[in-house]
Design a protein around this ligand. Structure first.
Ligand SMILES: [Zn+2]
Length: 254
């Protein structure tokens, strides 16, 4: 009997330890989302890096711009896609009304079609990031195609704004370690997000987005919104007002 019980207990303990380690790795992967990958980030050790550390590089640039300290409540508002006729000017008017600076991850092709809109975003003092040339799912492409998607978009943006973007957000939020390393090797900084209310989903319940954003809001958080949605333009003022009321500064220059 003893011959069975001892190995059984041993097996039980071993499987407990393995399950514990597995849960821990899972917790770290889920609990510490990858927010920022700069050219200096060690991609192989990503899960050991806290979001705060990852976000540091991105914030450094913003803090320099605004003269705010790291200890302050900061949150970034980012818009993906576009520029769009109608929506982009409305969005810019809203941001300017509340004196908020945001980061726009624009699509190269749309910048080609609407260069004056990209110029307006840039002239208003917002940060411009690269969201590829054709909104391609970069994970499905080969190295040279990825280089072309990002390089082409960057050249178009630079031609219009006079500045080469160094921030990249992969379309569809799709990435893997190989892609992060590749983007890094091109010298870009990948910016992901911590707060994704899914504002591309059509609904009349704007309160849903508001509630989502504030239940996922945190110091150093990065909010992902989309530039081509009327509903986003409609709920944005209440989000900005509440962020300011709570003492967060969404990049205003005051
Ligand atoms: Zn997109």
């Amino acid at each position: 009997m003893k011959k069975i019980i001892v190995p059984a207990i041993f097996l039980f303990l071993i499987s407990g330890i393995i399950f514990g380690l597995y849960s821990l790795v899972n917790y770290y992967q889920k609990g510490n989302p990858i927010l920022i990958v700069t050219p200096e980030t060690d991609v192989n050790s990503l899960y050991a890096i806290t979001p705060k550390k990852l976000a540091k590089f991105f914030w450094k640039k913003i803090l320099e711009k605004t003269g705010k300290s790291e200890e302050e409540k900061v949150v970034a508002i980012t818009f993906d896609d576009g520029p769009y006729p109608l929506y982009t000017p409305l969005l810019l008017d809203t941001l300017s009304r509340y004196n908020v600076k945001a980061t726009f991850f624009v699509i190269g092709k749309d910048c080609e079609n609407y260069p004056e809109l990209l110029k307006r975003i840039s002239d208003a003092g917002h940060e411009i990031g690269n969201h590829s040339y054709s909104h391609a799912r970069l994970c499905t492409l080969g190295t040279s195609q990825i280089e072309e998607e990002l390089g082409k978009a960057n050249r178009i943006i630079a031609k219009i704004t006079g500045k080469y973007p160094f921030l990249v957000r992969p379309p569809g939020g799709q990435y893997d370690m190989a892609l992060l390393k590749l983007i890094q090797s091109f010298g870009y900084t990948t910016v992901l997000y911590s707060n994704n209310p899914g504002d591309w989903r059509k609904t009349d319940n704007l309160l849903y987005f508001y509630n989502w954003i504030f239940s996922h809001n945190s110091r150093g958080g990065i909010i992902l919104l989309h530039g081509g949605q009327m509903q986003t333009i409609r709920f944005l003022p209440s989000v900005i007002k509440e962020l300011k009321r709570k003492g967060y500064f969404p990049f205003d220059n005051n």
